[in-house]
Design a protein around this ligand. Structure first.
Ligand SMILES: [Fe+2]
Ligand SMILES: [Fe+2]
Length: 437
């Protein structure tokens, strides 16, 4: 048996024995709705869960005690699984927390263009569940995937890749390390010394990820393949299959450069040596992708956000609170059909809410921040909040432009009776985003 086959067998075994994943799904179900989209059976035919039933943590023992008839992710739906536009929103925010990426993220229209080209990508429910689990159970891995996705797409846009390749690149980036969900988190802890066997588990993660994606034929071509190849290198020094350069597809070439850069940035923050490291590894990576990222990082003069005065932050965040509160009041007046008509907006506001919560900021608890904002010693807190504030401005600016474009192109999808309230809300958004009234 060849080495390749051995690795594939191991990956398949890790995927079949999905205890770490089932455990993570069960604990996710204690925090958010996870519903059976069909009856769940054990392989001996016994019914374990009815269609429509809510999963909860105590099903864990029940689920792992039986061999399931079908892989569990095929029968469960996470209600808060992030959709593509939420991912773009989160990724943009995540990258703005890395100082040397801030100028890249501030390119005019970047966010709008990404939402335009990637926002509509459909993520199949089983993969949505994987993402929901990653976000809940492996937040660092989720953040890493967001950063890789953002850098990949910025590179792909700069390289003028066709839209289908750009979509494949974005999805493959988001899922490149999804295979790690099959590895028990204890093995990945920093202080754990891996045994040889465990190291093999780790080295098969591109294959496990590939197996998870391979059967979704609606994904843009190349998505699963790029996941499989993301640690391969052009000089044949990569893994798991040490394939030669000519077999490495273009999507992979951009993904691997982005992944390498993201890992360095996550470790070192602003790092001028990235260009040098890439050039030292010149034989491993795609020349054009390397040239583009070096150019982008050079162009981006490192400018870090200055702490804004506490008072200004208070005023700004009160507006943010008004935006979110106004939105939920407005939403309550809408019928399901109304919501359908502005589904993009419902989704985008959901994404923004998720982003704000992800960062750990709850605008409803604004009052608690006042003493900190008033104290001049809390520069660090104010700097953090200033970064968030800036990010929200970018996001809401992109949103208000998107709304205008939609209304201009498609006309109003809201009934006249709803428009007044909507316009009042939009005026607050525009004011906050510094757009002309
Ligand atoms: Fe990675
Ligand atoms: Fe990886």
């Amino acid at each position: 048996m060849t080495h390749t086959n051995e690795n594939e067998r191991l990956a398949q075994r890790l995927l079949d024995d999905d205890t770490p994943f089932v455990k993570a799904v069960a604990s996710l179900a204690d925090r958010q709705e996870v519903v059976a989209s069909e009856n769940i059976y054990a392989s001996n035919g016994m019914k374990l869960l009815n269609k429509g039933a809510y999963l909860s943590g105590h099903f864990y023992d029940h689920l792992v005690a039986h061999k399931l008839l079908k892989p569990i992710e095929q029968s469960l739906v996470a209600s808060q699984a992030p959709c593509a536009s939420t991912l773009v929103t989160l990724a943009h925010a995540e990258c703005r927390r890395i100082p040397s990426l801030v100028p890249l993220m501030e390119q005019p229209d970047l966010l709008e263009r990404m939402l335009g080209s990637l926002g509509g990508v459909k993520i199949p429910a089983p993969l949505g569940l994987r993402l929901a689990v990653m976000r809940d159970d492996r937040p660092k891995l989720f953040q890493h995937s967001l950063i890789v996705a953002m850098i990949s797409v910025v590179l792909g846009v700069r390289a003028k890749l066709p839209i289908d390749e750009l979509q494949a690149l974005a999805l493959a980036s988001m899922f490149h390390d999804v295979g790690e969900l099959c590895i028990a988190p204890e093995l990945l802890a920093d202080d754990h010394r891996l045994s040889d066997e465990e190291r093999r588990y780790l080295f098969t993660h591109p294959i496990t990820g590939f197996l998870m994606l391979r059967d979704f034929h609606d994904l843009p071509a190349g998505t699963a393949k790029a996941v499989l190849q993301h640690h391969e290198r052009l000089d044949g020094s990569g893994y798991p299959n040490r394939i030669p350069a000519e077999q490495i597809i273009r999507v992979t070439r951009y993904l691997s450069v982005a992944e390498f850069v993201a890992s360095l940035l996550e470790k070192n923050g602003a790092d001028r040596r990235i260009g040098m490291k890439l050039r030292l590894n010149d034989a491993k990576f795609d020349r054009q992708a390397v040239a583009l990222i070096c150019q982008l990082l050079n162009d981006a003069e490192s400018k870090s956000t200055q702490a804004m005065p506490g008072e200004q932050l208070m005023v700004g965040f009160s507006q943010v609170r008004m935006i979110f509160e106004g939105w939920s009041t407005f939403q309550r007046t809408l019928s399901p059909a109304d919501k359908e008509g502005i589904a993009y907006l419902v989704e985008r506001m959901g994404g923004l809410r998720a982003m704000v919560l992800e960062i750990g900021f709850d605008e409803c608890r604004l009052q608690e921040l006042i003493p900190m904002l008033e104290s001049s010693d809390e520069v660090e807190v104010r700097t953090e909040l200033s970064v968030l504030f800036d990010e929200l401005m970018w996001q809401f600016r992109a949103l208000s432009r998107e709304i205008e474009r939609k209304i201009f192109v498609q006309g109003w999808s809201l009934k006249p009776s709803r428009r007044k309230m909507f316009n009042q809300w939009l005026a607050i958004v525009r004011q906050f985003a510094g757009e002309p009234a």
